[in-house]
Design a protein around this ligand. Structure first.
Ligand code: AMP
Length: 598
């Protein structure tokens, strides 16, 4: 690309990172971006997969596991599990096929029907992967729950999704589920993985139920449009939304794994995301397996030194991680990376929150290669915009749309339609033309909310962005009040609701406050009921209350007390104004603010 062509690109202090694509080894799967985009079709992408034998449809678990298990990859490690206590266990494609079949048989024995929801909530244990994939084999809908959630978010999500089965550990059950069982009457079976005695209705031990089941299971015929995955995501208001994904999504998982993560079959791939969130499912479970690679599953929580150890010792070749972790690794310094043998590593990608250009460039210094930022969200099911192995990088940009994806910057019109903004570097909402296989098929039980996320053929992402004259997209911010903290999407309403359940709290408003490591941290403003005093003890009390209900990852880290919260004349709390005031930014349009609060 000529320097001239870069002239109206976003001004960045960092020059583009040029790629000599001819020198890249192995040859990137997406070698020539323009011609691949021109030649691409989703039908051709579908042909990269096998489909169920005898034309019985398309099933994610078959593409991920069984088709490899019966072929040349049968004895290859599908998952390499690194336990917290230093264990290292390889699970081959054949073993994974057998284990997932046992789980599918166990569901059948329990009378669980296809289409019913199987929730999985635990740390990164092999059983989590077995349960997710086994549920798909049985034709059930697999729904992961983040194990750091507190009881409240768990109850709400199981109610919304009509959970029939939960797979968890005795410890998590005791701490988080036993107390909310009466709120989820449809939950018939709980499978408990590992040691520990608990009591309750419909409890089954994994070792007796699953390990005793037959390792043979014939995947039932699956329509590509059958519901497969249910992922919860947060909006600004109301309860979380259950985004429905179908089996056909696997076409996008597979192809984005090939193109955006450049997976080749000899790769050792490590996606660090927790499977409680969509990245950990699409790229921590499905895409690496459909591509037949060995996927690292590290049970332990983040620790910079340990992560460097894993990269080195496991000879990770493709690494998919997130900005918060990268920033934490940056803190321990470039020399730590340089002192190690990371010669196996050839591609690094990042997702989930804005990747600051310093972090892209730090990759270059520390690892000799940049981080490749990419963008997508729960609703899109797979990567939509990415920096590719063979394409130059503009540090700070999310990259260019995947082949098969049409992305645009749009402006909303009064009519409710949208207009595509053609001029480069003009801010608007990021929109995607509907029609790719991993697009959500609905928000469960919420037709209206689903409908509102489209304008004609355009799916509106809720993100603000710009596009430069060469088609690179640049993230600007969220169009709504949703918070991204350490890569986790947090709905302010859910946090506010938990806070006002405390008897001392009259009102609460929650914002995302910029944080150098977490991206944003959850901050709450509360007004107290008469008879309660704002004090340090009260602050601690409220933080403790929120943690107990929501879990530490979601609860506010800071709480400020206020006499009043700014509200519109119709009584809606203006989070935006609180945020502007907190950050010392212009207050914007406050014409609807109640007059005594200006
Ligand atoms: P989730 O649905 O939890 O995956 O969150 C999706 C949201 O995370 C997007 O709508 C963005 O706001 C944000 N996000 C994801 N990837 C990126 C990225 N590469 N740069 C900036 N924001 C991102």
């Amino acid at each position: 690309m000529s320097e001239e062509a870069l002239s109206d690109s976003r001004p960045s202090v960092y020059p583009p990172i040029r790629k000599d694509r001819e020198a890249l080894r192995p040859r990137p799967n997406l070698f020539d971006y323009e011609s691949e985009c021109a030649a691409f079709s989703w039908d051709k992408a579908r042909a990269l997969l096998d489909g169920l034998p005898d034309g019985q449809g398309l099933n994610i678990a078959y593409e991920a596991v069984d088709r490899h298990a019966s072929g040349a990859k049968g004895d290859k490690a599908a998952l390499r599990w690194l336990g917290k206590a230093g264990e290292r266990r390889d699970i081959t494609y054949r073993e994974l096929s057998e284990e997932t079949s046992r789980f599918a048989n166990a569901l059948k024995c329990l009378g669980v029907e296809p289409g019913e929801r199987v929730y999985v909530m635990m740390g990164r244990l092999p059983e989590l992967y077995i349960a997710m994939l086994g549920a798909l084999k049985a034709g059930c809908v697999a729904s992961p729950l983040f194990s750091a959630f507190g009881p409240e978010p768990i109850a709400v999500r199981m109610q919304l999704g009509d959970g029939r089965v939960l797979v968890t550990t005795p410890r998590l059950y005791k701490r988080k589920v036993a107390g909310i069982r009466d709120q989820v009457p449809g939950l018939a079976h709980v499978l408990l993985v590992g040691e520990g005695e608990v009591e309750g209705d419909g409890l089954h031990r994994w070792d007796r139920t699953v390990e005793a089941a037959s390792p043979q299971f014939t995947i039932r015929p699956t329509d590509p449009e059958d519901m497969a995955l249910l992922h919860f995501t947060s909006g600004t208001t109301g309860r979380p939304k259950g985004a429905i994904h179908v089996h056909q999504a696997v076409v996008a998982h597979h192809v984005t794994g090939r193109y955006a993560l450049d997976l080749h079959e000899d790769d050792v791939f490590w996606c660090t995301a927790d499977p409680g969130w969509v990245t950990g499912t699409s790229y921590g479970i499905i895409a690496p397996l459909t591509n037949g690679v060995t996927s690292i599953v590290a049970e332990a929580e983040f620790d910079a030194e340990t992560w460097f150890d894993i990269l080195e010792q496991e000879k990770v070749s493709v690494w998919y991680t997130a900005p918060t972790a990268i920033r934490m690794m940056m803190r321990i310094g470039t020399d730590v990376a340089k002192g190690r043998d990371l010669s196996a590593l050839r591609f690094m990608a990042s997702v989930g929150e804005p990747l600051n250009p310093e972090a892209v460039v730090w990759g270059q210094e520390a690892f000799g290669m940049p981080f490749h930022d990419n963008w997508w969200q729960t609703e899109t099911g797979g990567i939509m915009i990415a920096n590719y192995a063979a394409l130059d990088i503009r540090p700070g940009s999310m990259g260019r749309p995947m082949p098969g994806i049409e992305a645009a910057i749009v402006r909303k019109l009064d009519s409710g339609d949208v207009e595509v903004i053609d001029e480069p570097m003009v801010e608007g909402e990021l929109a995607l033309r509907r029609g790719w296989p991993s697009m959500m098929r609905g928000y469960l039980h919420e037709e209206e909310r689903y409908r509102k996320s489209f304008a004609g053929d355009w799916y509106l992402t809720g993100d603000l962005a710009q596009r430069d004259s060469d088609g690179y997209f640049w993230f600007v911010g969220r169009a709504d009040d949703v918070i991204k903290s350490a890569g986790h999407l947090i709905g302010p309403f859910e946090v506010e609701s938990a806070l006002i359940e405390h008897p001392a709290v009259a009102e609460a408003a929650v914002i995302g406050k910029p944080d150098p490591t977490l991206g944003e941290m959850v901050k709450a403003f509360v007004t107290l009921r008469p008879g309660h005093e704002a004090s340090e003890a009260m602050r601690r009390e409220l933080i403790g209350h929120a943690r107990k209900k929501l879990g530490a990852a979601v609860a506010p880290k800071e709480i400020d007390f206020r006499e009043n919260l700014p509200k519109t004349r119709s009584g809606k709390i203006m989070r935006r104004l609180l945020k502007a005031r907190e950050l010392g930014l212009p207050e914007g349009d406050i014409s609807t603010l109640e007059s005594d609060e200006k």
